[in-house]
Design a binder for this molecule. Structure first.
Ligand SMILES: CC(=O)N[C@H](C=O)[C@@H](O)[C@H](O)[C@H](O)COP(=O)(O)O
Length: 236
């Protein structure tokens, strides 16, 4: 079942990320950092700090960051579609948009959720546009299916964000270990909120580690600190 994915070395853009940190630079709608100028500044800061790759949402952000760096970019869109909960690059049109903007790797929802287009169609669109295909999955079974459909890599991105995956407060190390045990190359992603957790994620056998909120969402990080003070202040 796993032989078809034992491709080594991986395609060049993925090999460049081996053992490295990828920073996800995505401001949510409504964030004061949503404008492209802030995304570019945050990306520059991540590169200064040693990020070997970036994960970016929207063609506009990708175009602007592509103009200032040649590190591998994992690109995606985040868009609601009627009748589905799938929001990460859900259509072949969005795949093409992300690839045309300069992403080396297009990330898309690779879960079992009801979806407008099959995983195979999205992979086909990425490859036709000259990009690699990264399936964001929430389970081992979804990863196996994505590889069988031709994905170049999977990410643990969606664990905790589908009803059928464990709702953890930290990274899904069990999924990482299961992917490693099955011989499936994968990117560790999701709630990797400290350098220690990032190192532990790489230790499971991940190709590389994606960190987002802990580096580029200061509003989230502030909330973590504020909540800790509220719940644990000595003398409170
Ligand atoms: C589930 C979903 O939509 N994840 C998104 C995928 O691109 C991003 O919002 C995350 O920031 C990214 O996956 C990195 O994760 P974290 O921010 O936890 O380090």
């Amino acid at each position: 079942m796993t032989e078809q994915v034992a491709r080594s070395p991986l395609p060049a853009a993925l090999e460049r990320l081996r053992g490295q940190l990828v920073v996800s630079v995505q401001a949510d709608d409504g964030s004061p950092l949503r404008e492209v100028v802030h995304i570019v500044a945050l990306s520059r800061a991540a590169l200064l700090g040693g990020a070997a790759g970036l994960r970016l949402r929207s063609a506009e952000d990708i175009r602007a960051v592509r103009a200032m760096t040649d590190v591998p970019i994992i690109g995606l869109t985040k868009q609601a579609h009627p009748g589905t909960d799938v929001y990460i690059t859900a259509t072949p049109g969005e795949v093409r948009e992300v690839a045309a903007a300069g992403a080396d790797i297009v990330a898309f929802d690779g879960t079992d959720l009801p979806r407008p287009y099959s995983v195979a169609k999205l992979i086909e669109a990425a490859h036709a546009a000259g990009a690699l295909a990264m399936a964001d999955v929430s389970t081992l079974e979804e990863a196996r299916a994505a590889y069988a459909a031709g994905a170049d890599i999977v990410g643990t991105t969606m664990s905790g964000y589908t009803p059928h995956s464990p709702q953890l407060t930290g990274p899904d190390f069990a999924l990482m270990e299961a992917l490693a045990a099955a011989g499936l190359p994968f990117i560790a992603e999701g709630r990797i909120n400290s350098p220690e957790l990032a190192a532990a994620a790489l230790q499971t056998g991940a190709l590389c580690v994606v960190v987002g909120s802990a580096i580029t969402r200061p509003d989230h990080v502030t909330r973590w600190f504020a909540a800790a003070l509220r719940s644990g202040t000595p003398g409170a």
